[in-house]
Design a protein around this ligand. Structure first.
Ligand SMILES: [Zn+2]
Length: 186
């Protein structure tokens, strides 16, 4: 098991549409283990494989409260088969958009079909936090982020902030390199 780096916007890989898992083999099991370790370390309650750069339709989740026993759940090739007409709003955050939270309205109930780690097809009628989290993670598999569901003005603001931060990180590198050669001149 290993903790993997979580991609942060504006990383373009977060916009990739992930492909379906064809076979649940030892590579997928290893991926799932890494995803849980990464998710628990973050800490987060849900993670899509693309958030660690793997474009496969795999989601891990644990909605247990902090001091309760762990409840790890795996959803492979999850698919929303029905949505309620009624919507509800939750304040969402995302490990790929650190420290930004905004209210998002989504269908309050969804029925999701998926495979478990043994390749068995299952269905869950999700409400509340599970419904929100499943829709958020399935969005990731389609290259969609929760900021796509908020106003354009707010989205532009948050994208600008993260683009600036990414540029700053890149900008620091040449400076550090410029400083070094001075020791070697002559
Ligand atoms: Zn997310």
């Amino acid at each position: 098991m290993a903790t993997r780096e979580i991609l942060v916007i504006p990383d373009k890989r977060l916009r990739v549409v992930s492909g379906p898992v064809k076979k649940i083999d030892k590579d997928i099991r290893a991926l799932v283990e890494d995803m849980f370790e990464t998710m628990y370390a973050a800490p987060g309650i849900g993670l899509a494989a693309i958030q660690i750069g793997v474009p496969q339709r795999v989601v891990t989740m644990d909605l247990a409260k902090k001091d309760d026993p762990k409840e790890p759940q795996v959803f492979i090739n999850p698919e929303i088969v029905s949505r309620s007409a009624e919507a509800s709003a939750y304040e969402e955050g995302c490990l790929s958009i650190p420290e930004y939270y905004e209210e998002v309205a989504r269908p309050s109930a969804v029925k999701v079909r998926y495979l478990d780690l043994d390749g068995k097809q299952r269905e869950v009628e999700a409400t509340g936090l599970l419904a929100t989290c499943l829709q958020h993670e399935i969005d990731h598999l389609n290259g969609v982020l929760f900021i796509d569901h908020i106003s354009r003005l707010k989205r532009d603001m948050v994208m600008k902030k993260f683009k600036k931060a990414a540029k700053r990180t890149d900008g620091d590198k040449p400076l550090a390199r410029d400083d070094e050669p001075s020791h070697h001149i002559g």
